[in-house]
Design a protein around this ligand. Structure first.
Ligand SMILES: [Zn+2]
Length: 157
């Protein structure tokens, strides 16, 4: 299985964004590069505003201005936009039917953070992080699918 290498500091930044935006979905970009062995190495986490205000807690749209900015910044650097991340507030750590319907670019990484809890009202429980999972979108003819990636912490040097 292809590995997505993402260190503890980056995972903590993702979790922080997901908790801060709860009960709304958060989203952002994963910047990085492919290693010679095929591993995907994340180098930078780029939070984006979620532009899907109508979708609220059940949809996300990464700001196209953020995408354009990082396409420019990574040009000629060997790095690229590997894909993006978003959260599922009180939802499972797996792609939703909406995610599959909206997937368009084969090879893109989809990282999903499940956020749980956060009961409303007096004495509210703080939201807690659920599992983090990652997939790569693939197309074969008319078939659309998310292939699981193995999340791994890069080796210390
Ligand atoms: Zn989703």
């Amino acid at each position: 299985m292809t590995r997505l290498l993402i260190d503890e500091v980056q995972q903590a930044a993702l979790s922080r964004h997901a908790l801060d935006d709860y009960p709304q979905e958060c989203c952002g970009l994963l910047i990085g590069a492919s290693a010679p062995n095929g591993d995907l190495q994340v180098h930078e986490i780029v939070p984006s505003p979620n532009l899907d205000v109508a979708g609220g807690a059940r949809a996300f749209e990464v700001d196209p201005a953020v995408i354009l900015d990082w396409q420019k910044r990574t040009r000629g650097t060997g790095q690229r936009i590997l894909g993006h991340y978003h959260s599922h507030p009180d939802g499972p750590a797996q792609p939703s039917a909406t995610d599959l319907a909206r997937a368009w670019e084969p090879g893109q990484v989809w990282l999903i953070l499940s956020v749980l809890g956060g009961l409303p009202g007096e004495g509210a429980m703080p939201a807690l992080m659920g599992p983090i999972v990652a997939y790569r979108y693939a197309e074969s003819g008319l078939d659309k699918a998310f292939e699981p990636l193995e999340l791994a912490v890069p080796d210390a040097r």
